[in-house]
Design a protein around this ligand. Structure first.
Ligand code: HEM
Length: 462
């Protein structure tokens, strides 16, 4: 029996999973993957369809492509497809005793503490914070100029996320050390880290130093709150007062770990998607006109940006969805197969890494017409291309690990571009950027400069 022709649960032999051509001894498909991961994963589907196997070094992978395959992937129980084993490289970043370092039930309890921070009442408050931070950023830009958009979107989303989720005290320290440490922490996510997260390479040494610094900042804020008896209504406070189901309170390490996990899950992903939204819109004047007309309708009576107003901005919502489709920040999701998994007459053997790739499945030609084209109206009536299947779009994942912060992210992306389009006209000052696959979160390659000019009718939204 070959490695992929295995006995299924009925004892009969399952069809063998096709293998991607071009694998080399020892390295497998690693060279092609490092050069162009999405190109390679596209080839998987083009050559073999929904289920394909390949190797990265000694690790065996099976790629699930297309909504039916995604459905099987996302519905599999944790005991069968284990996220924890796939994401061990995050442990030095998120910290010991939290997220993928603990049993899935404990991780679910820990992440569950986030729910109150994502309720509508909190979202209403966040909408105003998003407005204030974006406005303050817009005020620094002057009348006209050129900026490297990803760098500014990164700074802005660190400020928004730290203020909304970690607390005002942490936001106040963004410019004095927090942002720099956070940047080094992000640098700890690299391909080498995926295979050997503890290897003492310079990026990992910086990562561990940055993790200690961030921890120190958060611990100081928490102990100051305790000392002064301050009880702010935010996520940090929720964690400081939270209890597990067995009645145990969280220790400070766990609380800081959950805060870092949340910030990490939500900030860089939002920054890169905000950038993609900008650069896609700047080359489509009709799209910008549609979004601005809608802004005028929504804010003509009461000009204040709000949760209710942002929820009404469906044209902008379609732009965000289209950028999620074309430029998903997390291009690959990974699980380890613990118990053999059946799909379409095949058995995916235990020990394999199972992957889905949003970047290639979002461009399947039988699901999305002219799939490489930026066309937000594909999500409007009567086309509704996103509604064909629950898992046609998987930019925010699916199943039990589906993104908890999707609403927050969508709100933030809409708030940022509502304020910026109200204030400025933009155009790209560089070639349309290529994706940078060198980072775990896929953003545009630098430089990604845009020119801006303040509009004469600016500041109609307050
Ligand atoms: C554009 C922004 C974002 C994108 C593209 C994104 C994408 C994703 C994806 C694809 C997953 C699933 C990972 C997997 O199944 O392996 C995920 C999980 C998660 N996201 Fe997001 N995310 C974004 C923003 C946020 C924000 C703002 C927050 C927090 C406020 C957040 C919190 C989380 C958490 C806690 C999980 C883990 C859920 C679990 O494993 O149970 N995300 N995200």
């Amino acid at each position: 029996m070959t490695e992929a022709t295995v006995a299924n649960h009925n004892g009969s032999s399952a069809a063998s999973i096709p293998e991607l051509s071009g694998g080399r001894p020892l390295i497998g498909h690693l060279r092609e993957f490092l050069k162009d991961p999405v190109g390679m994963l596209d080839r998987c589907w083009r050559d073999h369809g929904d289920l394909v196997r390949f190797r990265l070094g000694t690790r065996k992978f099976v790629l699930f492509t297309g909504p039916e395959a995604h459905d099987c992937y996302f519905r599999a129980p944790e005991e069968q497809l284990d996220a924890r084993a796939g994401y061990q490289f995050t442990v030095p970043i998120f910290g010991r005793g939290v997220a993928y370092d603990v049993e899935p039930e404990i991780m679910a309890e820990q992440l569950g503490f986030l729910y109150p921070a994502l309720r509508d009442a909190s979202m209403r408050r966040y909408a105003r914070i998003m407005y204030e931070e974006t406005s303050a950023f817009a005020d620094t830009l002057g009348e006209d100029g050129t900026i490297d958009l990803p760098l500014h979107m990164n700074e802005l989303t660190v400020k928004i996320a730290s203020r909304c989720l970690l607390g005002q005290e942490v936001r106040d320290q963004v410019d004095s050390g927090f942002a720099e440490a956070y940047h080094d922490l992000e640098g700890g996510i690299n391909l080498l880290g995926f295979f050997a997260p503890k290897l003492p390479i310079p990026a990992h040494v910086r990562r561990d130093r940055a993790r200690r610094k961030i921890s120190k900042i958060l611990l100081e804020v928490m102990s100051e709150r305790r000392r002064c008896g301050t009880a702010t209504d935010d996520f940090m406070q929720t964690l400081m007062e939270a209890r597990y189901n067995d009645g145990r309170t969280l220790d400070d390490e766990e609380a800081t770990g959950i805060l870092v996990t949340t910030l990490f899950a939500g900030q860089h992903t939002s920054a890169v998607l905000a950038t993609w939204i900008g650069v896609e819109m700047f080359r489509d004047h009709d799209c910008v006109t549609r979004v601005r007309n809608e802004m005028q309708e929504v804010y003509s009576e009461d000009g204040a940006l709000s949760l209710a107003g942002l929820n009404k901005q469906s044209a902008l919502g379609r732009v965000v969805r289209e950028c999620e489709r074309l430029h998903p920040p997390l291009i690959i999701l990974i699980r380890k197969v613990i118990e053999p998994l059946q799909y379409a007459g095949h058995t995916v053997p235990s020990g394999t890494m199972a992957a889905v790739c949003s970047a290639s499945s979002h461009r399947l030609p039988h699901l999305f017409s002219d799939p490489h084209r930026f066309d937000p109206e594909r999500f409007a009536d009567p086309r509704n291309e996103g509604d064909q299947h629950k898992y046609a779009l998987i930019g925010f994942g699916g199943g039990k690990h589906r993104c908890m912060g999707e609403k927050f992210a969508l709100l933030q992306l809409k708030a940022i571009w509502t304020v910026l389009l109200d204030r400025f006209d933009f155009e790209l000052d560089t070639e349309f950027p290529a994706p940078n696959y060198g980072s775990w979160v896929t953003g545009p390659k630098l430089p990604c400069r845009v020119r801006y000019r303040r509009r004469s009718q600016a500041n109609t939204i307050s």
